[in-house]
Design a protein around this ligand. Structure first.
Ligand code: G4P
Length: 529
């Protein structure tokens, strides 16, 4: 591989933000775009008060700021690195997309509202990052408000999320008295100025804890308190260990305020210095390294294009190895077909442009006319390759969907199968009747489906309750036993959008009893694409 290509790959940092709704993900994203110089000024990106939250935060940024960001990936240069930030929809439209996006990153930033601490969605998302031991950085946000005791916050992260904390910076006060942070390893303070939320802050740095300038700036009382705290925290917490960070066992912690535009760059400095370059990905056939000379990648997300009239969808590919160049011929392994990619999109500095080239770690968008599915692998080599670990999760909510006009069954089925290919909902067809059951992880998905069926497929559908609470994909090595199971449990079996056999249970007791009764049948709560 050419040195220049190697260097480009080594410089890639691909990450996503995980957080509980309202912790500040959107605000931090905006500040990252500011320091990455994708946008020149930051402002309020959201409607106030009760205004409904946008379907995607990034779409909303786009709308309100009049800039061209895409809703899925964003690339910007920082500190001699090329940073790829992937959007994880985290609000009401929370879905499997979020999980799968996390399979496409090499590290993640966990944002915690420091007035609240560890919240439920964060716990769930951290579990997902654990599946691949993703390195995690932590940003304690909202220091301009009265936060909880910072030591207690670190304890909570360690206890609940089972990851060691290494504070890199330490807050000097909070709320009205937020003065800045002290960098523990570097032994210097960075002072905070309020009212600078929309532009890059001037950095006022004061070296050394006993520096008279620091005492003068924050006052003697604060200074003594800071000294006491630093002594305590240095005794009680972990030092940053790059290796443990890379193994996902320890997280560097930063304090700041996204709204006040303070501290986000401290985190980004660490991310570009210590977060891993593009990592290898597992395949059924072995491991593919980022620096392998041949190009390869997998699809982790499919998104309807902004223009619903052209049912044109973009498939987002994480490049796993090598380099993409425009006009490259690759094999799409699921269908064993060669295609030429002429018009892949890249997302540098917020512009959707047709890429001339892209490297391992980058995300490219490929126009999909219905032939690409989530999990599809592409490569310039011919030997079959299938990346593992891109899961479908068993839905948690179910509804029967019914047509207003029964003659449109074909369109309905087509729409549902295409929407399930995108991966945000799943569709189940029971073996014993003609029902269509929609399963989702988030409740908003149901509305999205009905709206999109109407707008994109011209089908009016309504929901009815259905007596299903959970689904499991089933499998068995013994064909005879599987047949018997199918016969006996036909009333609870369905096919999903990709024709996989699924057990749909009316309640958990039923599921447990069935599992006990058929010990040779395997029940999966996730299905790999
Ligand atoms: P999310 O994407 O994780 O849901 O969070 P988002 O950035 O939308 O932030 C949620 C709320 O928290 C917003 O207020 C936002 O302004 C506020 N916020 C984010 N960072 C900080 C911070 O550092 N300090 C303080 N004090 N607030 C912060 P909102 O009232 O919901 O929206 P808006 O009316 O301010 O637009």
């Amino acid at each position: 591989m050419a040195n220049q290509t190697l260097e480009q790959i080594e410089n890639r940092r691909t990450f996503a933000i995980i957080s509980h709704p309202d912790a500040g993900k959107t605000t931090i994203t905006e500040k990252l775009l500011l320091v990455g110089q994708v946008i020149q000024t930051a402002g309020a990106v959201k409607g106030k008060g009760n205004q409904a939250k946008a379907k995607s935060d990034w779409m909303e940024i786009e709308k309100q700021r009049g800039i061209s960001v895409t809703t899925s990936a964003m690339q910007f240069p920082y500190n001699n690195c090329m940073v790829n930030l992937l959007d994880t929809p985290g609000h009401e439209d929370f879905s499997e997309d979020t999980y799968r996006t996390l399979t496409a990153v090499d590290s993640a930033l966990m944002v915690i509202d420091a007035t609240k601490g560890v919240e439920e969605r964060t716990i769930k998302l951290m579990e997902v990052t654990r599946l691949r031991s993703t390195p995690i950085l932590t940003f304690m946000n909202k220091l301009d408000r009265d936060i909880r005791d910072p030591l207690e916050l670190l304890d909570e992260v360690e206890d609940i999320l089972k990851i060691k904390c290494a504070p890199i910076t330490w807050p000097i006060g909070s709320g009205k008295f937020f003065k800045g942070v002290y960098n523990l390893a570097g032994d210097y303070a960075i002072m905070y100025k309020s009212g600078q939320g929309s532009k890059i802050q001037d950095v006022v740095r004061i070296d050394g804890i006993d520096n008279p300038e620091l005492i003068q700036t924050i006052g003697e009382d604060f200074h003594q308190q800071l000294k006491d705290e630093l002594e305590l925290v240095q005794g009680a917490s972990n030092e940053f260990d790059p290796q443990e960070f890379l193994e996902g066992k320890l997280t560097p912690v930063f304090f700041g305020t996204a709204l006040g535009n303070f501290g986000v760059d401290h985190m980004l400095d660490y991310l570009t210095t210590y977060a891993p370059a593009p990592q290898p990905r597992q395949t059924l056939e072995g491991e593919v390294k980022a620096t392998d000379p041949e190009f390869s990648g997998f699809i982790f997300k499919i998104q309807a294009n902004m223009d619903p009239k052209h049912r044109d969808r973009v498939a987002f590919m994480r490049i796993v190895s090598g380099k993409y160049t425009r006009g490259m011929k690759v094999t799409q392994h699921r269908i064993g077909k060669d295609i030429t990619i002429n018009d892949a999109l890249t997302f540098l500095a917020g512009d959707r442009t047709n890429a001339e080239e892209a490297y391992a770690g980058d995300i490219i968008g490929i126009h999909n006319h219905g032939t690409i599915q989530i999990g599809d692998a592409f490569s310039t080599f011919k030997e079959p390759v299938k990346f593992t670990g891109i899961p479908n999760f068993a839905p948690e909510l179910f509804k029967r969907i019914r047509l207003k006009d029964p003659l449109k069954m074909k369109q309905l089925l087509k729409g549902l199968i295409q929407l399930s290919e995108e991966g945000s909902v799943q569709v189940f067809r029971p073996l014993i009747n003609n029902d269509l059951i929609v399963g989702a992880i988030g409740v908003l998905q149901f509305d999205v489906v009905v709206n999109r069926l109407k707008n994109e497929y011209n089908v009016e559908a309504i929901y009815e309750p259905v007596n299903v609470v959970t689904a499991r994909w089933v499998d068995c090595d013994d064909a005879k036993k599987l047949e018997e199971f199918k016969r006996k449990c036909e009333g609870n079996l369905a096919l999903d959008g990709a024709e996989n056999l699924t057990y749909i249970a009316p309640n958990m007791v039923n599921l447990n009893l069935t599992q006990e009764k058929y010990p040779d049948i395997r029940f999966f709560s996730t299905r790999e694409h």
